[in-house]
Design a binder for this molecule. Structure first.
Ligand code: SAH
Length: 634
């Protein structure tokens, strides 16, 4: 066997999760060759060191600072010795090897990396789990919660959780309450399976299995506060529960109904891209004045759904930027004024001061002003400046940050505290708030963690309110008792004119909905019904809230679609490809464009027929696609 460590060089090796026989043969050989070993004493099993040769110097990095570790490695390598740096698991995950490699580069010392078995796989093995189960999740997010090492906003647990994939979380067990709150806020249902594996593959390994509802308590009871891997997702469900998951009658967040199973051997899924929580859903104007700003604006216009650009001639130069209008210097104020009410959102790539001075005469209040986001020309930050909730600026800021590769700056207190404000829900879901003067009162109640009753259909409560443990479903009886016992009462679609004088009340009215539908030739009424029902369920709604259906002209004779429209008693309108093609949508598809002549059917048709905002982007369910828009002023 050839040498692993050349004299005068360093090898970084993953020493595996703990068990000695989970060290790779290559790592084992390196231990035998090394003349100097620096190892992470807290997690690397010291038994591994028995393979070292006589005279090998040992250093436990647990008691050393980074400069000390580097010092040891550099001077040993410079002295022509073979140096081995042992990390736990695999060194590429939270191994902090980059700063060590940089220092070796600076010192002109060569190094190699040897892979190891990461604790994420040791934990999965301990649970006998497959992390990628067809029909449940096909991706794994490896992540961590912010601790002493910060985590970029766009990677916060709650923003990753919106994907509802399997998640494997390192370094995050110390505050399980906080972690669970973020996972729920991101959208995992409370019954999602979670397992915590403490010291996988060590003799004192312990496994705690539960759901998001009870895992925190169980972990505390087990006294686990460190050295544990947290795995989240229904791939962990045990056989009995899983077969229920696969049962055709069993409707679940990840797979719904039996029709979609008929196709593709039962792997059709209801997929949502992007998730409701992230969708801005309206038209956007992007402005820039400088050359760097114009370049970024061009990128945003290309990548943000529904965006148009407005660039100063001075910054844009003579180059044509697709989707952008160029205005002469000095015309900026006029352009903004003209656009102000035409667009749902405005993104300014320039100094916040310029924006504030231009906008101040235009502002009315947060229930009617459009979203305003300000970004710097390097795309590092996207600041949600105005109308964060109802106007959707927080969501828009997150989308801009994602396109620009930067961070969203969100300052609304509820969001900062990981809570979802009522006016944020209203903004996302197209609800109107009948007494907006109460928004402030209710957000204060939320922040003070007071108990609030919500009177609404149970499925709506389950979908959007149940994650917050200060919100309670208010029954008809409790409502007629005036909401006694609650500090506040939220009434969704209440009877007009009812007076409540015991507690503060927030009155919400939901819009009527328009369904855009696309389907393949021959899709049955039942398939379309399932797709529509499932899509509406994502909004906590059902068919009774739908006032209109819309599709593309070529479907005018599609029997299943006509029968579905008949059965729900809604008018069905058709648009031709040329009309649909002009509507900017979040989920355009080249394949759809090639087949029917418009990049979108369901989203564009819903928007055209509704006139309001898109509430749910394209959902694919077997052979049917569905999108939901709000009816304007309805
Ligand atoms: N590079 C390592 C991770 C280092 S960060 C790897 O690939 O596994 C340290 C974190 O890893 C711990 O906080 C814990 O979350 C996880 N971890 C490391 N060893 C573990 C083990 N044996 N069992 C469970 N988790 C472990």
């Amino acid at each position: 066997m050839s040498e692993i460590i050349q004299p005068g060089t360093v090898v970084f090796a993953g020493a595996g999760p703990g068990a000695v026989d989970l060290v790779t043969l290559r790592c084992r050989q390196a231990v035998g060759e090394a003349e100097v070993i620096v190892y992470a004493g807290s997690l690397v099993n010291p038994e591994i060191l028995q393979w070292r040769q006589g005279g090998c110097a040992l250093h436990d990095s647990a008691s050393l600072s980074l400069p000390e570790v580097i010092d040891i490695m550099v001077s040993a390598a410079k002295g022509g010795r073979k140096v081995l740096r042992l990390h736990t698991g695999d060194a590429s995950m939270y191994g902090a090897i980059t700063e060590q490699m940089n220092a070796l580069d600076a010192a002109g010392i060569d190094y190699q990396v040897v892979p190891g078995v990461s604790s994420v796989f040791a934990a999965a093995a301990a649970l006998k789990a497959e992390l990628t189960l067809p029909g449940v999740s096909q991706s794994v997010i490896l992540g961590r919660r912010a601790g002493r090492t910060p985590v970029p906003e766009r990677e916060s647990i709650s923003s990753l959780a919106v994907h509802r994939t399997t998640m494997a979380l390192f370094l995050s067990v110390a505050d399980m309450d906080g972690l669970v709150a973020e996972l729920l806020a991101g959208g995992y249902p409370p019954e999602t399976a979670v397992a915590v594996v403490y010291r996988a593959t060590w003799p004192d390994e312990r496994i705690v299995r539960g759901t998001l509802e009870n895992i925190s308590r169980m972990v505390k009871r087990a006294g686990i506060g460190r050295q544990a891997m947290i795995l989240v997702g229904d791939v962990l469900k045990r056989q009995g529960e899983l077969s229920r998951l696969y049962d055709p009658e069993f409707s679940h967040g990840y797979r719904r109904g039996r029709q979609d199973r008929a196709e593709k051997g039962g792997t059709a899924l209801l997929t949502a891209l992007p998730p409701v929580e992230e969708l801005f859903g309206g038209s956007v104007a992007v402005y820039a004045l400088t050359a760097a700003g114009c370049r970024l604006a061009g990128r945003l216009v290309r990548d943000l759904p529904g965006a148009s650009g407005f660039l100063s001639r001075r910054g844009a130069g003579e180059v044509e930027v697709p989707g952008c209008t160029v205005f002469p210097p000095g015309e900026f104020s006029r352009v903004v004024e003209e656009n102000w009410e035409r667009y749902d959102g405005h993104v300014f790539i320039m100094a916040a001061g310029i924006v504030m001075r231009r906008l101040s005469p235009l502002l009315r209040d947060k229930t009617v002003d459009p979203a305003v986001v300000v970004g710097d020309e390097k795309g590092r930050f996207a600041v949600s400046l105005l109308s964060g909730h109802i106007g959707g600026a927080n969501r828009l800021a997150r989308q801009v940050a994602r396109c620009a590769g930067g961070e969203a700056v969100i300052t609304t207190a509820t969001d900062v505290q990981g809570l979802t404000a009522f006016d944020e829900l209203a903004g996302r879901l197209g609800w109107s708030i009948e007494n907006p003067e109460m928004i402030k009162v209710f957000n204060s109640l939320l922040l003070a963690r007071q108990s609030i009753g919500v009177s609404c259909p149970p499925e709506l409560f389950q979908r959007f309110f149940a994650v917050d443990d200060c919100l309670f479903h208010c029954s008809a009886g409790e409502l007629s008792a005036g909401g006694e016992g609650f500090q506040g009462l939220v009434i969704v679609d209440g009877k007009p004119g009812t007076v409540f004088d015991q507690v503060p009340v927030l009155k919400i009215r939901r819009p009527r909905l328009v369904l855009g539908i696309g389907c393949r030739r021959g899709a049955s009424e039942e398939e379309i019904n399932t797709a529509a029902t499932n899509a509406l369920a994502l909004l906590g709604c059902n068919i009774s809230q739908v006032c209109r259906l819309a599709s593309i002209e070529v479907k005018r004779d599609e029997e299943g679609l006509l029968a579905f429209a008949d059965s729900c008693g809604c008018p069905l309108v058709f648009y031709d490809a040329a009309q649909l093609e002009r509507v900017p949508v979040p989920t355009p598809s080249r394949k759809v464009l090639a087949t029917v002549g418009s990049p979108s059917v369901c989203e564009a048709a819903a928007l055209l027929a509704g006139g309001g905002k898109l509430l749910l982007p394209k959902q694919v369910c077997g052979r049917v696609t569905v999108a939901v828009a709000a009816e304007k002023d309805g």
